[in-house]
Design a protein around this ligand. Structure first.
Ligand SMILES: [Zn+2]
Length: 188
């Protein structure tokens, strides 16, 4: 079982466990209804997801969302400087590693570029490293530019952008916010 589960994650079959707090049933599965840690009670055969609490020191914990700037990318990971924690500006100069490999929608290279602003979720803080994922609601690229000419881009879909200046089309793992803003700017 992963360190932290997200809403919709499969936890167990309904034959294995009764759904507890923070869970729901979908077909034959008990699924998570929140971001949190899985707790099982073998005597009662229940499975629950408990919400994660912020630590006193203000450092982010697994399940928190962060906003960061992509510093560099390879095919499977990106280095991120964290500038906000749970939408609140942070001056702690924390950095994280964003894992891109799990994102199978993108066949051509990384789905983020150096300089992009992204929203991501912390999936683990093992070894004092902030492990980040784009797999959460409203996660993804919040701001980006054309990698060809640096021009302004618009969303063609949730996974693709087009430059308004040179016409270059490329993959990007966009947040819902970017897509909505892009649509409202191009609709009129
Ligand atoms: Zn361009």
């Amino acid at each position: 079982m992963p360190n932290v589960v997200l809403p919709g994650d499969h936890l167990a079959s309904i034959e294995e466990f009764e759904p507890g707090e923070g869970t729901s049933i979908l077909a034959e599965s008990v699924i998570s209804a929140r971001v949190g840690k899985v707790v099982t009670d073998m005597s009662k055969r229940t499975i629950a997801v408990v919400a994660l609490k912020n630590k006193q020191d203000g450092l982010p914990v697994a399940g928190d969302t962060v906003i960061g700037i992509i510093e560099s990318t390879s095919s499977s990971v990106a280095q991120v400087t964290i500038i906000a924690i749970n939408e609140t500006k942070s001056s702690k100069e924390l950095s994280g590693i964003l894992y891109l490999r799990e994102d199978r929608r993108f066949k051509f290279g990384p789905s983020v570029k150096a300089g992009d602003t992204v929203r991501a979720i912390i999936t683990s803080t093992v070894n004092a490293i902030y492990h980040l994922s784009l797999e959460c609601p409203y996660c993804g690229v919040l701001f980006t530019t054309c990698s060809n000419c640096g021009g302004t881009v618009v969303a063609l879909s949730k996974n693709r952008i087009k430059c308004t200046e040179c016409g270059n089309v490329e993959d990007r793992s966009l947040s819902e916010d970017f897509v909505k803003l892009s649509r409202s700017n191009t609709d009129h």
